[in-house]
Every structure is written in C-alpha cells, then in structure tokens.
Design a protein around this ligand. Sequence first.
Ligand SMILES: [Zn+2]
Length: 70
Amino acid sequence: MTVQCCKCKRVRANGKWRHVTGGLDEPVSHTYCPRCEERLRVEMFSSLASQCPLVGALKLDELLIRTASS
Ligand SMILES: [Zn+2]
C-alpha cells in the first residue's frame, strides 16, 4: 500500500517523503505528510484565532516560532 500526501502529492517510502514522477500502480492511501499536517494545523488555528483575535494572536505567534525552528 502506497501512502501519499493528498496536499503536496509526495509519497512515503522507507520513512521518507519524496516526489514521484508518473502514476502510481498500487492502491494509494491518502494522508498528510508531517510538513502539510503542520501547515494545516496553522491554517486551522488561524481561522479559529480569527474568531477570538486576542488569544489567537498570542498563541499563533508561539506556534509559528516553533514551526520555524523545527
Ligand atoms: Zn504534504
């Protein structure tokens, strides 16, 4: 079973995410790679934060700093 990121289309092989050229023959299971998962979490948090601007802005800063340093 091939595991593919449904956002950036990279495929996981031997624990690493890499781009593939051409089609995939095997059955594909779609998920998010760690990078897109993190990005999605930030996006989700931003939309949540927009409903609660004061708390959200502070937390989002922390989240972005953590993401940038990892
Ligand atoms: Zn991805």
